[in-house]
Each structure stands twice: as structure tokens, then as C-alpha cells.
Design a protein around this ligand. Structure first.
Ligand SMILES: Cc1cc2nc3c(=O)[nH]c(=O)nc-3n(C[C@H](O)[C@H](O)[C@H](O)COP(=O)(O)OP(=O)(O)OC[C@H]3O[C@@H](n4cnc5c(N)ncnc54)[C@H](O)[C@@H]3O)c2cc1C
Length: 235
């Protein structure tokens, strides 16, 4: 890892937290984002792989996923669910075996389909201090070492997307799940992180960004049309 100035591999959560309280020390999970940067840095990596954060536990329709669970494991554990479908489209297969759910939450990509699936699944993020925060709140103000991501699954879900090719990262995608309080939509490609919406009215209020793949107006049009389809499938 030429980009990091130092490396630690703690065996306990307390040790990891103590190391991460030092300046320039950052969590190192799969490293797909950290190692994508080819410039030298002054960062010291605190490798999370020996902390036992790689389990998935189920209780009824809820699941608790350790931060070091790989994207590929999510794909295989939830093959017929929104989570598995989103995980399978997140990265090339080689990177899915390396990238983790904790890294995906912390990196918070605006086009992350896994993040959208988690948002639509009412995910909460638990950090090493024991605090649990709804994922949308966490994304607005991320802090702390993520230990687990908890979520609710249900058989009622839908996923719609538009991209330049069927397997390209979608320009806009909408992940939706029916919850006990109604449908929850999460939309990628409209804001700096996937946006949550509970109705078509909320989707219509969005003012997406523009880039070479789509103007704000085009992204807005896609968000509304795809949300209509998802809501139709969930009704
Ligand atoms: C070239 C390339 C660029 C990418 N760029 C992005 C991008 O910009 N945004 C995006 O969403 N996805 C991006 N991805 C997808 C990324 O691979 C996935 O989001 C993946 O799941 C990240 O997980 P990781 O374990 O590899 O993270 P890492 O690279 O290990 O870490 C990513 C970030 O998350 C922090 N982190 C990791 N684990 C934790 C934890 N448990 N608690 C707190 N912080 C933690 C790290 O300190 C770092 O800042 C990119 C992939 C590639 C190949």
C-alpha cells in the first residue's frame, strides 16, 4: 500500500478506536477507495480485518451486517432481494470480493446502488461507541468507526434504473421497498448521496445536479418516471 505512511492491524475494537483517535489515522477496510488513489499520503491505515466484523445475523425480517462483510457476500446472502440485486451491480466482481459494506457507507458514493438499497431498507448504522443512527442521518454527518449496519428486509421491493448500457452504472436508479409505514424510495444520480423519498411529491421536489451523462432536467425526468414505476410495482 504505497499511499499509506503506516499500517496497523489491531485485534480488538478498543485498540482500533485508540489508534483511530490519533491524527491522520484512518480505517482501512477493503481498500478499493483508499488504494484507488495513486498519490502518496500521510495517512496511517488501521486495518479492520481482525476485529470480527464479518458476520451477518438474522432476526425475523431484520439483518445485522458487520462492517467488514464484503459486497460479494451480500450478493450471495441476499440473492433474490433488493440488497443482493444492488450489490451485484455495485462494482466489477473482482472488486466486490474486496469492497465492504462499511466502506460503501463511509465512502457514500452518489451512484452507490448498495447505499440506495440500504436506505430503502430503513438501515441504521452502529458505530464503535454503541450509537445507532438512521443511515440518511449518518450520511449527512458521518463520524466514528462503523461496526454494523442493521436493516429490514421484505418481499415487497422494486428496482428501476436507466443507464447508457444495461450493466453500466445507472445515470439514475430508484430502489424501493414497502415498509410498515408505506413505501420508501432511494434515488441515485440526483444528489451527492442517494436521496430518500416517501412519495412522488417528494421526488418531484428534487433538483438534481447536471453532468456529461445527464442534465438536471433529464435526471429529474428519470427520477420521476422510475419512481412511478417502482411505486406502481409496490402498490
Ligand atoms: C477506483 C474506484 C473508485 C471508487 N470510488 C468510490 C467513491 O468515490 N464512492 C463510493 O461510494 N464508492 C466508490 N467505489 C466503490 C467502493 O469500492 C465501494 O464503495 C466499496 O464497498 C468500498 O469499500 P472498501 O472496503 O474497499 O473501502 P476502503 O477503501 O477500505 O475505505 C473507503 C473509505 O471508508 C472508510 N471506512 C472503511 N471502513 C470503515 C468503517 N468500518 N468505519 C468508518 N469508516 C470506514 C475508509 O477510511 C475510507 O475513507 C470505488 C471503487 C473503485 C474501484
Amino acid at each position: 500500500m504505497p499511499l499509506l505512511a503506516g499500517y496497523h492491524r489491531p485485534e480488538t475494537l478498543d485498540e482500533a478506536v485508540a489508534l483511530l483517535s490519533q491524527p491522520q489515522h484512518i480505517p482501512l477496510a477493503g481498500g478499493t477507495v483508499i488504494n484507488a488513489d495513486r498519490h502518496r499520503s500521510g495517512y496511517v491505515g488501521v486495518d479492520l480485518q481482525s476485529l470480527g466484523l464479518n458476520n451477518i445475523q438474522f432476526e425475523g425480517s431484520s439483518a445485522s451486517i458487520g462492517a467488514m462483510v464484503r459486497v460479494a457476500d451480500i450478493e450471495h446472502t441476499f440473492p433474490h432481494d433488493l440488497l443482493g440485486v444492488a450489490a451485484r451491480r455495485e462494482l466489477p466482481s473482482t472488486l466486490r470480493t474486496i469492497g465492504t459494506i462499511g466502506g460503501a457507507v463511509a465512502a457514500a458514493g452518489q451512484e452507490s446502488l448498495l447505499l440506495a438499497a440500504l436506505l430503502a431498507s430503513s438501515a441504521t448504522v452502529t458505530t464503535a461507541d454503541g450509537k445507532s443512527t438512521p443511515l440518511d442521518e449518518f450520511l449527512r454527518s458521518p463520524s466514528g468507526l462503523i461496526t454494523t449496519v442493521e436493516l429490514h428486509t421484505s418481499t415487497d421491493w422494486a428496482f428501476e434504473h436507466t443507464g447508457r448500457t444495461p450493466m453500466d452504472t445507472p445515470i439514475v436508479a430508484v430502489a424501493g421497498r414497502r415498509s410498515s409505514s408505506g413505501p420508501i424510495l432511494a434515488i441515485t444520480g440526483v444528489s451527492s448521496v442517494p436521496e430518500l423519498a416517501r412519495s412522488l411529491d417528494e421526488v418531484e421536489q428534487l433538483i438534481p445536479f447536471s453532468d456529461f451523462r445527464g442534465s438536471s432536467e433529464y435526471r429529474h425526468h428519470l427520477a420521476v418516471k422510475l419512481s412511478q414505476r417502482v411505486l406502481g410495482a409496490l402498490s
